[in-house]
Design a protein around this ligand. Sequence first.
Ligand code: SF4
Length: 591
Amino acid sequence: MDFYKGNVLRVDLSAGTTTVEPLNMEWAEQYIGGKGLLLRYLWQEVPPKVDPWSPDNPIILMTGPFAGTNVTTASRLVVGCKSPITGILTDSYVGGSFAPELKFAGYDAVIIKGKAAVPTVVVIKDDVIEFRPADKYVGMATSEIEEAMRQDVDPNAKTLSIGPAGENKIPWACISTDQYHKAGRGGHGALMGDKNLKAVVVRGTGSVSVGDAKEFLADIYRIHKDYILTEDNLWANEEGTPMLTEIMSDAGVIPTRNWSTGTFDAVKSINSDAFQKIKTKNRACYQCAIGCRQWHEAGGMATEGPEYETIALCGSNCGVSDIEALMRFNLECDELGMDTISCGAVVALAMDLTEKGVKDFGLRFGETESYVKAPAMIAKREGVGAELALGARALANKYGHPELSFEVKNLELPGYDPRGSFGMSLSYSTSDRGGCHMRSYPIGDEIVAGTLPPDSLEGKAEYNMNGQNFSSLKYTGIWCDFWAIDADQIAQLMKHVWRRDVSEDELTRVGERIWNLSRLFNLREGVEPDDLPVKLHAEEHAHTDGASAGKAIGTETFRAAGREYYDLRGWDEEGVPSEAKLTELGIDVRL
Ligand code: SF4
């Protein structure tokens, strides 16, 4: 079989057994791979309304058809489950080299169910699968377990693991690979910890067939030359996402001191120029020609990142301008296995509650001594860390200040304040995994490119809908966000998989099909209303300083845009896709 291996590996941790079954190729035709196939399998494998902490809630690892080939950025992995934080879909994407190794071992996907009786490592060496006791690895940081697996399993082993945060079921524990890539959002690491699964390790000695290799390689050479080595993408290699820091502060949209302003007065201490001074190299995921991963060295640390979202949530949002303290916080989160967006958000909230005199957590905006210790206290649920591990929503509610929690569907928001980029309000409220910027990204046009007005919601419902459909298509690939790929380029690649000409319309429909299936999944599991923290849309909460001062979406305008979005989608006023829409898209499941 070309591009696909045709095999799904099932792992039952309760029984200690594995089976291999054929990949459902009808679903692969409809949903391609990555996000699409993941969702179709989740629909099938997640018992409706299951408790997310149930052993029956699976963790699914899914590759895309190009993983293991030399298509740039396409060797990523998506990890999915019913989120223990949000109770709905969570799909998180991670680079590195686990996905191609899984294909080389002979599998397109792994479905992990059950719960091991003791801490366990699952080792996949081609068709030999082992369950190894993990007692000696418990408590290891993420880089330590990766090194241990290279020593104990195979020097070329690729590892997906959890750190202490996952073992302690911290809600935003993530899954790590390739020092320090993360399937970051939605709590997969917590679920993995609950399953007593410390790591999944893979070593494969096979290959991926691409059909006519000569024809494929010639075309990939052309595609890389024409579309990859261009200004559209090279910024990612040169500066990476830190280049957004000053842009966002200047536009008044960088979360600062728990979202109390959108402008950080000390931004130059943690902007791209500051990181360029301590940059020592780039790293790349498997077969990626862009190589965006920025390596920095300072203060005795040598580490990757931080990316923009970390700079925003753990830097400005905590009032922190000390670049070494920020790097330390990021490194701690990486080694403990925690999502930095949620971790920064909850620490900023604790600082806010402290400064407002509500509860003294010993954390204050800009003070770094206790700040750098916070990730370890959270991961181990020690001291104030035990309360911070509740997450922003529960912590704010506990102390009677729900308005100080900035999340959507209990997923803490990333680094863009909708008060200065109105389109992001809908991006967040309608995202299929809660507060997320990666499904649609209007700020790219509203602020970065400046091609759309940032202080209007006119046309933004359609913009977000199209963006969500396209990201769903792109994540079938699984193409990285740092290749500015378009539907035409995807069509040029997909013709090698489908062995026929592929139209952009056909691919756009795939994206829309996936988005509607994710909506059905979320409705089935009981999704919260599509909303936004009141401070981010109500007139009376406009910022008073910076470039976004005085701007407010207005609650009625925000609600009207939400209704327009449902109309455009062919959904009813409750956000339920119509029968006509599901039939038009060829979706074969129903609520
Ligand atoms: S652009 Fe960066 S994150 Fe994306 S695949 Fe390449 S190295 Fe990995």
